[in-house]
Design a protein around this ligand. Sequence first.
Ligand SMILES: Cc1cc2nc3c(=O)[nH]c(=O)nc-3n(C[C@H](O)[C@H](O)[C@H](O)COP(=O)(O)O)c2cc1C
Length: 159
Amino acid sequence: MRDEDFIVSKTDEKGRISYCNRIFMEFAGYTESELLGSQHNIVRHPDMPRAVFRFMWETLQSGQEFFGYVKNMASDGSFYWVFANVTPTRNARGEIVGYFSVRRKPRTDAVALIAPLYAEMLAREQAAGAKQAIDASRPLLEEQFQSKGVSYEEFILAL
Ligand SMILES: Cc1cc2nc3c(=O)[nH]c(=O)nc-3n(C[C@H](O)[C@H](O)[C@H](O)COP(=O)(O)O)c2cc1C
């Protein structure tokens, strides 16, 4: 990503894309009509551990915003790292009706710290098999911030 870029998307409450900006289309390599209505995992990269997304959904469904480093895959199989912020969107009654995400270029040194952690988490998930994957890898992520006595968000923002 370039320094001035923001990748923006909105989804419904099930994670189906309802809006994407031009920079999203450029990096993901899909047209607007291919993206609208698709599940957001259309850009999921197989190197991403499942536990990160589980953590993201739990955070969002509890009404909080989520920050994270994500490796995404474009339609041609290439990858791009982002630093993402995802927030719940609420209706007038305060119910969550969708989600909104803005991503910017991540710092190279932060990616260099998070990539080996994700690789270790992924290896644990693959060794454990699909059913046990998240239980197997989640403790690795939690150790990172619990050992420092900080929250996940504090850990990520300090990278
Ligand atoms: C607003 C929003 C933005 C998202 N952005 C991404 C993203 O950039 N990359 C990604 O892999 N998943 C993203 N997700 C999560 C996906 O919906 C999905 O949970 C994830 O890709 C894991 O795919 P899976 O559930 O098929 O394993 C986003 C979800 C929401 C609600």
